[in-house]
Design a protein around this ligand. Structure first.
Ligand code: NAI
Length: 251
């Protein structure tokens, strides 16, 4: 048993890509899902997809780098589903793959704010509710760019290394409270973000060499499967793990 049936799950960035696949996969486990995203239309479409197949979901729309939106998402989960069991910090952006000397202040602030500060703000807001349950899971979406330097850009790489720090810090600080925090580190995955990866060149994120080495890129459902596993009771002894999901790309 996954232990996820009737659980209350927040998935950020759930209107598209990996987050959408995770929201659908949680719903298939019988979880009730808060579909949190900037994209209102996309979020409502995912809610309709879940409710249309007999599941339970609600949308929470807004920019998750704003504290007021984070508070609204948290309240939506608590008021709709009576508490919170799982938080999936998945929303993220990959900007212009800019190297350090060319990163503007605006780009640095924006990428760090959405990719790293927002997951911290959400974790801080949700933790009291997990503590109230005496049990819970946080799953963060890092990246192959969390494991080494990456052509994905300096701000993006720094933000994803920060996610590793957040994951490990939460893991040790809350391990005696029944709360587990883990992360996936996806390799190139076929979503809107992947279309920004360079087709040529030799950086570790370049799509061309990746395909040459490993034959295919991941499907969002393959990432979703591991997110749901990490949130489930099947992963009860995993805490602080950064799990590459990349067909051996980072091996
Ligand atoms: P995507 O672009 O398909 O989905 C990202 C979602 O996040 C979108 O629905 C977008 O509206 C939402 N979002 C962006 N900024 C937001 C904000 N400020 N507030 C609320 N929602 C916001 O991309 P994908 O690939 O599904 O990305 C999900 C996560 O996976 C990201 O954290 C990304 O960094 C990570 N990742 C993706 C890889 C890939 O190759 N696709 C590889 C490694 C990591």
């Amino acid at each position: 048993m996954s232990g996820l049936e009737h659980s209350s799950v927040i998935v950020t960035g759930a209107a598209a890509g990996i987050g959408r696949a995770a929201a659908l996969r949680f719903a298939a486990e019988g979880a009730r899902v808060v579909v949190a995203d900037l994209n209102a239309e996309g979020a409502e479409a995912v809610v309709a997809e879940i409710t249309g197949s007999g599941g339970t979901a609600v949308a929470a729309v807004g920019d998750l780098s704003e504290q007021a939106v984070v508070d609204r998402v948290t309240v939506t989960a608590v008021e709709s589903f009576g508490g919170i069991d799982v938080l999936v910090n998945n929303a993220g952006i990959m900007d212009a793959m800019t190297a350090a000397a060319d990163v503007t202040d605006e780009e640095w602030e924006r990428v760090l704010r959405i990719n790293l500060t927002a997951p911290f703000l959400l974790s801080r807001a949700v933790l009291p509710h997990l503590l109230e349950r005496g049990k819970g899971a946080i799953v963060n979406t890092a990246s192959e760019a969390a494991l080494r330097g990456s052509a994905a850009g300096t701000a993006y790489t720094v933000s994803k290394h920060g996610i590793v720090g957040l994951t490990k810090s939460l893991a040790i600080m809350y391990r005696d409270s029944g709360i587990r925090t883990n992360a996936i580190a996806p390799g190139a995955t076929m979503t809107a973000i992947a279309t920004q990866l360079p087709r040529e060149g030799h950086g570790p994120s370049a799509l061309g060499p990746y395909l040459g080495n490993f034959g295919r890129i991941s499907d969002p459902t393959e990432q979703a499967e591991v997110i749901v596993f990490l949130a489930s009771d099947a992963a009860s002894n995993l805490n602080g793990v950064i799990l590459p999901v990349d067909n051996g790309w980072s091996a």
